[in-house]
Design a protein around this ligand. Structure first.
Ligand code: FAD
Length: 509
């Protein structure tokens, strides 16, 4: 029987897990699982991680946080996807070198699957991101994803959020405590193991030894339980994903009415890329780079050049990481969630979504009857497959680039840096586009629409000429493309700006 959970660590991962498990495992009810979180008052949280994935809406709703509070308390803004600039080719060499990986899937629910018709040229010269949904045009005009009258977490255009990570941890903590999570501010100094190699307890500085049936390691890169105490190895993906460093700064808006972009902008650089995330009161920008291909001074100079005069004299923060994950994230009575479990790099915002998924999996596989080994096997197999697919998705952004202006980009297309599993996927898509057949919703964070946006945004060619006679619904497809275009016109006429939508939410209630 298992009834007690102890989470060590109170960053985004720890508090998402705590608030979620308390709700899902009935911490408020008799017979439910008790959840305790211990976090060190001396070791800070990472405090970056400002871009999210649409799953965050359901996660927050389940935890009990509403959208208006999120916006008010966390300086949040609406995010409709990620726009990639200069990824396909270096600046000045391609006519339209940008594309949106939007969260909205193609508007083809009632008609034919549109992508083949786009590949056959039936959407004119519109790029796939613009032909497929109104979201690209709405995003380019800094529009929000919905009308003010739409309620929490609902919108005609799919969305996630950008937010202040430190403020989010505070909001999550308050809600988790309201969900009956017990909070202890203390530092774990030692992890005691029992004879069978499971965790027997964790010693704290002021609260003695804390024990539980299940321990969750949310101690970030320190990995105090799963790594240091239990010795579960980290599988580095550095040979595939080269970025291992970031330097970040926060830029205030120059006017209270400055537009707020409703997507993350990711601009490729010679040895990495720069994120640009617009919150309610400031932008967060950061240069993610490979230290094997450039140095910190050059990376900072590139970031400052990107920020322009607005970034002069602003302080920067630096981060180091080793892209990778653990093959075993549930060992005996310990599960790792968050940075202790895995982290590739900030591209495509996979950090927080992995914590959301891990919390869901633990809620589903919680060993009520004491069947830890069975749960661990399923958990590890599922998470490993998810990490591998997410790694391939991220690598694809680099591999498909036509940039050859530095060793960073040249190295990224060397065959030995590219997983066979990614090559296998790309091989499939030479003569047919990706579709549901290629993906499993229980494994793939990124479904067919995401791979399609990136593939065709990066200029991938799928040759449908041999199969062209099969596609007989050209008239319907053309009509559907025209309707999407019309929806784009409506979106521009009717949707408020991201800033106006945020103002409305801030003033609600
Ligand atoms: P941390 O925030 O490091 O928290 C660790 C916690 O453990 C702290 O509370 C600390 O006090 C506690 N702790 C540590 N040791 C002990 C101890 N001995 N005793 C008690 N407590 C202890 N993700 C996204 O989804 N989107 C993004 O845009 C994004 N951008 C990123 C950019 C960068 C540069 C980096 C490095 C990461 C980014 N991530 C992003 C990942 C994201 O930041 C993390 O997934 C998220 O912050 C979760 O971190 P965490 O809670 O695992 O660890």
């Amino acid at each position: 029987m298992a009834r007690n959970i102890l989470i060590v660590g109170g960053g985004t991962a720890g508090w998402i897990t705590a608030g979620y498990l308390a709700k899902m495992l009935g911490a408020e009810r008799p017979g439910g699982v008790s959840v305790t979180l211990v976090e060190s008052p001396d070791i800070g949280i990472l405090g970056v991680g400002e871009g999210t994935f649409p799953t965050i809406r359901k996660t927050l709703a389940r935890i009990g946080i509403d959208e208006a509070d999120l916006i008010r308390r966390c300086d949040a803004s609406f995010k409709q996807g990620a726009k990639f600039v200069h990824w396909q080719a270096e600046p000045g060499t391609a006519a339209s070198d940008h594309y949106l990986h939007g969260f909205q899937t193609a508007d083809d629910q009632n008609g034919p699957e549109l992508l083949p018709y786009w590949l056959l040229g039936m959407a004119g010269d519109a790029r796939w991101d613009e032909a497929a949904t109104p979201q690209k045009r709405a995003g380019d005009a800094c529009r929000g994803p919905k009308l003010p009258s739409h309620s929490d977490f609902v919108g005609p255009l799919n969305y996630a959020y950008h937010f202040d990570a430190k403020a989010l941890a505070v909001l999550l903590r308050e809600q988790a405590i309201a969900n009956s999570v017990r909070h202890i501010a203390d530092t774990v100094s030692e992890v005691a193991l029992s004879d069978d190699g499971a965790i027997a307890g964790v010693r704290t500085a002021e609260n003695g030894v804390l024990t539980a049936d299940l321990y969750i390691d949310c101690t970030g890169f320190r990995a105090e339980l799963i790594g240091k105490a239990l010795g579960q190895p980290w599988t580095s993906c550095r040979d595939t994903l080269f970025c291992d460093s970031a330097i970040a700064m926060q830029i205030p808006y120059d006017s209270p009415d400055a537009p707020i972009a409703s997507y993350t902008v990711s601009t490729a650089q010679q040895s990495g890329w720069i994120w640009d995330i617009a919150l309610g009161s400031r932008r967060g920008v950061g240069h993610v780079f490979s230290s094997a291909h450039t140095d910190a001074d050059a990376a900072e100079a590139a970031l400052r050049a990107y920020a322009g005069p607005a970034g002069e004299k602003l302080e920067t923060r630096s981060f180091r990481f080793d892209a990778g994950y653990r093959e075993t994230n549930w060992h005996k009575n310990c599960v790792a969630i968050g940075l202790s479990s895995g982290f590739f790099e900030p591209l495509e915002a996979t950090g927080i979504v992995f914590s959301e998924i891990a919390a869901q999996l633990v809620a589903n596989l919680f060993p009520w009857g004491g069947d830890f080994e069975t749960s661990a096997r399923q958990y590890n197999a599922n998470l490993r497959a998810r990490y591998e697919r997410a790694r391939d998705f991220i690598k694809m952004h680099y591999f498909l680039s036509q940039r050859r202006d530095s060793d960073f980009w040249r190295d990224n297309v060397r065959p030995e840096t590219t997983p066979d599993s990614l090559m296998e996927l790309l091989d499939r898509w030479r003569f047919r586009p990706p579709n549901e057949l290629d993906f499993d919703p229980n494994i793939d964070i990124f479904g067919a629409p995401s791979w399609q946006y990136v593939l065709y945004g990066m200029g991938w060619k799928t040759d449908l000429s041999a199969k062209a006679p099969v596609f007989r619904l050209g008239n319907e497809a053309r009509a559907a493309f025209a309707t999407i275009r019309q929806h784009g016109d409506y979106a521009l006429q009717q949707l408020p700006t991201n800033r106006d939508l945020l103002r409305h939410a801030q003033n609600a209630r």
